[in-house]
Design a protein around this ligand. Structure first.
Ligand SMILES: NC(=O)c1ccc[n+]([C@@H]2O[C@H](COP(=O)([O-])OP(=O)(O)OC[C@H]3O[C@@H](n4cnc5c(N)ncnc54)[C@H](OP(=O)(O)O)[C@@H]3O)[C@@H](O)[C@H]2O)c1
Length: 330
């Protein structure tokens, strides 16, 4: 028990639930708290001198049962309270040098995790490594199935066992009937389906019991999109694969979920190889037809990916989480 001031300045009794006693250091600093309008529970945070927050839960009146905090959070003097869901955890993210994968890597690293990201472009991988000291990188071609074992070897060497894998490397391309070639079919299938399948096969043995796999699909699997028969099929395939893997890995309490982005503003669109004026038309059409009237940001997709990879999603497996502004939902 401790005494502290609520955000409104009233002196009340605090029940400080110390999640890890080492976090509550002498001279812990009180941070701004507040009264939750819905629950009527006043909160107060205490900052330990090691920079970690101890959940200090304050109840008023005393008849309100205390809420048990779930862990620690870190406090950044510029950003205020930031979550710390991945402290001492390790992850592999394929296609982590750009877009959704990169923002997820940065988010995990920012919350204390260490991440090995892959891609095929060494400059982008170097830039990803330079962006955060917790990010490591490896050139690794997800469409070359032998590379999956090399990735697993590198991850084992770097981290030993891992807490989660985000199988995200993928690309979009398309052609209408009459113009679909075996090359297009094989390139998309190899990367978007084979990369996920062999990545999961090589990396799942390294994932700790209780860990997580996350697989990137696309709203293209749910929406009929002209010229996207092959791409949509690849993204439907990985959604189905998620369910089989979720069953297979459930005995180890490893959760397997699908992230299904709608239109997210990443280099994905530039890679389609269309002229700039056509790209502009495509993005204008997306904005005009999306229920929320815009494209999503990679941070928004990463936020859902991080949730699914974190312990906060501990009872979520086999699920499909859309981040699409309602594109394929409404
Ligand atoms: N952006 C969207 O609107 C959208 C919508 C639905 C689904 N998605 C899916 O989201 C995932 C991520 O895409 P994004 O939007 O973040 O696009 P992005 O910025 O283009 O990122 C693609 C990532 O995949 C990597 N990659 C490409 N080919 C690879 C290969 N052969 N081996 C290993 N890595 C490879 C890229 O790295 P290198 O360049 O270094 O190879 C990059 O890190 C993809 O699976 C995509 O299909 C995106």
């Amino acid at each position: 028990m401790a005494h502290c001031a609520s955000g409104g300045g009233t002196l009340i009794t605090a029940r400080v639930l110390v999640m890890a006693s080492s976090l509550l250091l002498p001279g812990g600093l009180l941070l701004p708290g507040g009264l939750d309008a819905v629950t009527g529970i006043a909160r107060q945070w205490i900052l330990g001198s090691n920079g970690l927050i101890v959940f200090a839960l304050v109840t008023e009146p005393k008849s309100v049962p205390p809420i048990v905090g779930l862990g620690s959070q870190s406090y950044n003097q510029h950003q205020g309270l930031v979550m710390s869901r991945f402290e001492n955890q390790t992850f592999v993210i394929t296609g982590g040098s750009s877009g959704i994968g990169l923002y997820t890597a940065l988010g995990i690293a920012g919350e204390g995790g260490r991440v090995l990201v892959t891609g095929t472009n060494s400059d982008k991988l170097k830039a990803a490594e330079a962006a955060h000291p917790n990010i490591h990188s490896l050139i690794n071609d997800a469409a070359d199935f032998a590379d999956a074992d090399k990735l697993a070897e590198a991850a084992k060497h770097l981290f030993g066992n891992i807490d989660g894998v985000f199988l995200n490397a993928g690309m979009g391309s398309g052609a209408p009937l009459g113009q679909i070639t075996p090359e297009l079919f094989h390139s998309l299938m190899n990367l978007n389906v084979g990369g996920v399948l062999f990545g999961a096969q090589a990396l799942a043995p390294l994932v700790k019991d209780g860990g997580a796999l996350l697989i990137t699909s696309s709203a293209a699997k749910d929406k009929g999109m002209a010229g996207a028969a092959v791409y949509s099929a690849t993204k439907g395939a990985v959604r189905s694969m998620t369910k089989a893997l979720a069953r297979e890995l459930a005995p180890r309490n490893i959760r397997v979920n699908t992230l299904t982005p709608g239109p997210i503003a990443t280099p994905f669109f530039e890679r389609l190889g269309r002229p700039p004026e056509m790209l502009e038309k495509i993005t204008n059409h997306i904005k005009a037809t999306n229920p929320l009237g815009r494209m999503g940001t990679p941070e928004e997709a990463a936020a859902v990916a991080m949730f699914l990879l974190s312990g906060q999603a501990s009872f979520v497996t086999g699920a499909d989480y859309a981040v699409d502004g309602g594109e394929a939902q409404l």
